[in-house]
Design a protein. Structure first.
Length: 171
């Protein structure tokens, strides 16, 4: 059985070998098909082994229902990669179409066993925070010492740039 890869909200950044979907289909890129994650995608349950939302999740109105849709679409063991600006990044605030400004800890709510996982999704959550610039070294050190303390006290001084989250669907 051949599993598929789904690139949600691709815009003009299509990926070869993937199904590329976007709510706003570019007229000049025929490999992009219409799809709105918030309305539900017209694919059967457990259709994909990999899903990508690259700088998309911060634009969605209802993140929890979108995560449920991703959970439905992934096969057991399938991986969804989310890339988004960290709330301390100027990029998070520069784009007026951003609905959410997300934290390093935002997606812990969807983890298997989380007290906050009211959706019942079974995901293992892996995440990586990226820093930039000279002050990034200090930010990395403070983050390594205590991610919570860095985010609560120092994140707007020693800013992060982006968060990469991997949601791995349990069986």
């Amino acid at each position: 059985m051949r599993f598929k890869k789904l690139n949600i909200g691709c815009g003009t950044s299509t990926k070869q070998g993937w199904i590329n979907v976007d709510k706003y289909v570019p007229f000049d890129i025929p490999e992009v098909v219409f799809g709105d994650i918030e309305e539900g995608l017209q694919y059967p349950d457990e259709s994909f082994d990999e899903i990508l939302l690259d700088n998309v999740i911060e634009h969605l109105n209802d993140i929890p229902s979108s995560i449920q849709e991703i959970h439905r679409l992934l096969i057991p063991g399938g991986v969804c990669t989310l890339i988004t600006p960290h709330f301390s990044s100027a990029s998070s605030w520069r784009d007026p179409t951003h609905v959410h400004h997300l934290s390093y800890f935002s997606f812990d709510y969807f983890a298997t066993g989380s007290r906050s996982n009211y959706l019942g999704t079974k995901f293992k959550v892996e995440k990586k925070l990226s820093f930039g610039g000279g002050f990034g070294l200090i930010g990395r050190l403070l983050f390594k010492l205590s991610p919570e303390r860095w985010e609560n006290r120092y994140s707007f001084i020693f800013r992060a740039s982006s968060i990469k989250i991997r949601l791995i669907k349990g069986s």
